[in-house]
Design a protein around this ligand. Structure first.
Ligand code: SF4
Length: 332
């Protein structure tokens, strides 16, 4: 039996069921007010960057459909690039750049290891909705590949925007954990999942390692908790400066973090204010430096921060937390 045969999905969605997709659940798990406001105000994510993502993923799906039943996947790379050349003309260069990156990766991996590209997996959630219908969780995977060990599998996702994830962010992402949960449910022999977020714009890859015994129940709890939020009658807002700065409906949300809301309402005005603020800070630093160089110790009233020269820093003058100061002093 080949590795690919071993990795055939073991479960199927029940006939009478209600399907909850990863992206819908994720928006509720991020902030329940977000999907609610998007639906209420009919807001769709339609920026150029989102269109590149949609177009890129459409081409990947079509390519996979063309090669789905073929043993020889060697033509997939050229097919992918050829299709990319005919994508929407206004975003074609961007789409092509991303698809070439994916095509190169497929070449390195080799067809024999590919389990699926744009592959949809679903699995029973183990809970019922208010109408008593079994809930099925579902998610599309950009790329699933077999590893050398039969108990391991790799999941690669292509992030085509500008946000750059760290390894910690990759490990804690809802997508990572929900994706891991469904893989474990579909492939009982898999213990370890290697998750890669390819970020071609930044030229970086974020990585997370998932372990069935350690993570399964944590991930399942998060998925259930998200489902609870999605079917609840209220839609609370959970503002956060970073979250709100990426939110499509920040300009419509009363609870939005004020900085993020200001930015969404008038980006030009926000930028101009930032430039002015930076100029003011520069002048304040110059004044502080002069005062400090004339022999004055400058600390905040609570003594937690100090302005001065710290030998371990490349910038000669800055504000530093007092706790960190003692560590520097030890080494000098
Ligand atoms: S702006 Fe912030 S609080 Fe409001 S919906 Fe978006 S993420 Fe939630």
């Amino acid at each position: 039996m080949t590795m690919l045969n071993l990795l055939k999905p073991q479960s199927a969605a029940p006939v009478e069921s209600v399907i909850w997709d990863r992206s819908a659940l994720e928006s509720y798990s991020t902030c329940p007010a977000m999907p609610y406001l998007m639906a209420k105000h009919k807001v769709a994510g339609d920026s150029a960057i989102q269109q590149v993502g949609i177009e890129g993923h459409r081409i990947i799906a079509e390519t996979w459909q063309s090669f789905a039943n073929q043993d020889d996947l060697s033509g997939m790379r050229d097919y992918l690039v050829d299709e990319g050349r005919m994508s929407r003309p206004d975003i074609q260069p961007d789409v092509l750049r991303v698809l070439k990156n994916i095509a190169n990766k497929l070449t390195v991996i080799g067809g024999q290891r590919i389990i699926g590209v744009e592959k949809q997996l679903s699995a029973p959630a183990g809970v019922k909705d208010k109408e008593g219908r079994p809930v099925v969780f579902s998610m599309a995977y950009d790329l699933l590949t077999a590893c050398r060990k039969e108990s391991e599998l790799a999941y690669t996702d292509y992030k085509l925007g500008y946000k750059v994830r760290s390894n910690t962010e990759a490990a804690e992402a809802f997508q990572t954990q929900f994706g891991g949960l469904l893989i474990w449910q579909n492939y009982p022999q898999i213990q370890t999942i290697h998750v890669f977020y390819e970020q071609p714009r930044a030229g970086k890859t974020a990585y997370a390692r998932l372990d069935r015994e350690r993570d399964f129940h944590d991930f399942q709890g998060r998925a259930w908790s998200s489902l609870d939020r999605a079917v609840a009658d209220d839609h609370p807002a959970w503002p956060d400066p970073v979250k709100c700065s990426w939110c499509t409906v920040a300009h419509l949300c009363e609870k939005a973090d004020t900085q993020a809301a200001d930015l969404k309402k008038d980006p030009a005005d926000y930028l101009e204010r930032m430039i002015i603020a930076e100029a003011i800070v520069k002048k304040m630093k110059a004044a502080l430096t002069g005062h400090w160089k004339s022999g004055h110790k400058i600390t905040t009233r609570d003594g937690k921060y100090e302005f001065g020269h710290f030998p371990s820093e490349r910038i000669s003058c800055k504000v530093k937390k007092a706790e960190a100061l003692s560590e520097d002093d030890d080494g000098d």
